[in-house]
Design a protein around this ligand. Structure first.
Ligand code: GYE
Length: 329
């Protein structure tokens, strides 16, 4: 009897080990936790992997530091994970470590912020925002809105609050912001600086602008968190956000919808953080032997504002109040 029990226990142990050994380990090097967008992105990607039978997540938070991410990638190689999901905090400086990932023959999937060495390395799939388009849409929204209220006959002073310097999302949105400005000569850039994609730094930057810049009519914030921080600074200075200063954010997180519905923010350009829906079928397909080319897949994205009906490149804005209840993040 005892012998049988020992045998059964040993069998259970071996089966357990085998099951574990056959689990697919998917490692994710995330950049940090700077914004509501990032939280939604982390939660969605992690839940998609952890919720999949036979898949195991290895997660690393880089805390906004490139050196932490490089270390995490090297640890993933040492551990011999099956897949690496990678979002780089900045665009440059990844050539060496991503080449090491390639040499280790671990399939690499690029997410969100795409490194500038992407054309020199191998990756099996890539999903990211169309940041130049989002940046153009921010300015187009402002330009078209100003036209719609007859404010295109005077100079309109615009402050551009940029994201983390050197991040793909900052580089692309700034490029888009400045390119679209040329179509609206009445828009004048009077301030341009980084708020690092965080609420606290957005608030601090707006505070300092309100003291140093003569007149700001419009704030273009390259994410909603900075816009929300700026709203606090504007209120503290005795001005009315959404009226005295027109505010356009980016991401379309729930808190921005709430600010728009409350009349304190005017518009937000969507950037979709929910990549789990793409990742799961992609990894399943790769496991089944399919391959993809190096195209970077951009999710479809919209624009949300106070009243709807503003035409920007590729879409027309939707009234935030009409869809706020359906927002997933
Ligand atoms: O817009 C911002 C976040 O890379 C698209 O990073 C992402 C950006 C997003 O911190 O809120």
């Amino acid at each position: 009897m005892k012998k049988l029990l020992t045998l059964v226990l040993a069998l259970v142990l071996v089966m357990g080990l085998a099951a574990n050994a056959s689990a697919l380990t998917i490692a994710f090097s995330q950049i940090g936790q700077e914004s509501d967008w990032r939280t939604a992105n982390t939660d969605d990607v992690c839940a998609a992997i952890e919720g999949h039978e036979g898949w195991e997540l290895v997660y690393s938070d880089g805390q906004q530091k490139q050196e932490n991410q490089i270390q995490a990638l090297r640890n993933f190689i040492t551990q011999g994970v099956d897949y690496i999901l990678f979002t780089g905090v900045v665009t440059s400086g990844w050539d060496e470590v991503l080449t090491e990932v390639n040499e280790a023959e671990i399939p690499l999937i690029l997410l969100d912020r795409i490194p500038d060495c992407a054309d020199k390395i191998d990756y099996v799939a890539a999903f990211g925002g169309d940041f130049p388009l989002e940046g153009r849409r921010q300015v187009q929204w402002v330009g078209e809105y100003m036209k719609s209220i007859g404010r295109d006959t005077e100079d309109v002073n615009v402050a551009i609050m940029e994201g983390t310097t050197g991040a793909d999302a900052q580089v692309g949105r700034t490029e888009g912001n400045l390119a679209a400005m040329e179509d609206y000569p009445f828009l004048k850039v009077v301030a341009q600086n980084t708020g690092n994609f965080t609420r606290a730094e957005g608030q601090a930057l707006m505070e300092s602008w309100l003291k140093s810049v003569d007149k700001i009519d419009v704030l273009i914030a390259q994410n909603d968190d900075m816009a929300l921080g700026a709203i606090d600074a504007i209120k503290a200075a005795g001005k009315v956000p959404g009226k005295d200063i027109i505010i356009v954010g980016c991401d379309s997180v729930k808190a921005a919808f709430e600010a728009i519905v409350a009349g304190e923010m005017n518009a937000t350009i969507e950037c979709n953080p929910l990549y789990g829906q793409f990742l799961v079928p992609t990894i399943e397909a790769l496991e089944a032997g399919e391959t993809f080319d190096k195209t970077i897949v951009h999710p479809d994205e919209g624009v949300f504002d106070m009243d709807g009906g503003i035409q920007v490149e590729g879409t027309v804005s939707v009234k935030a109040a009409d869809v706020i209840d359906e927002r997933a993040y």
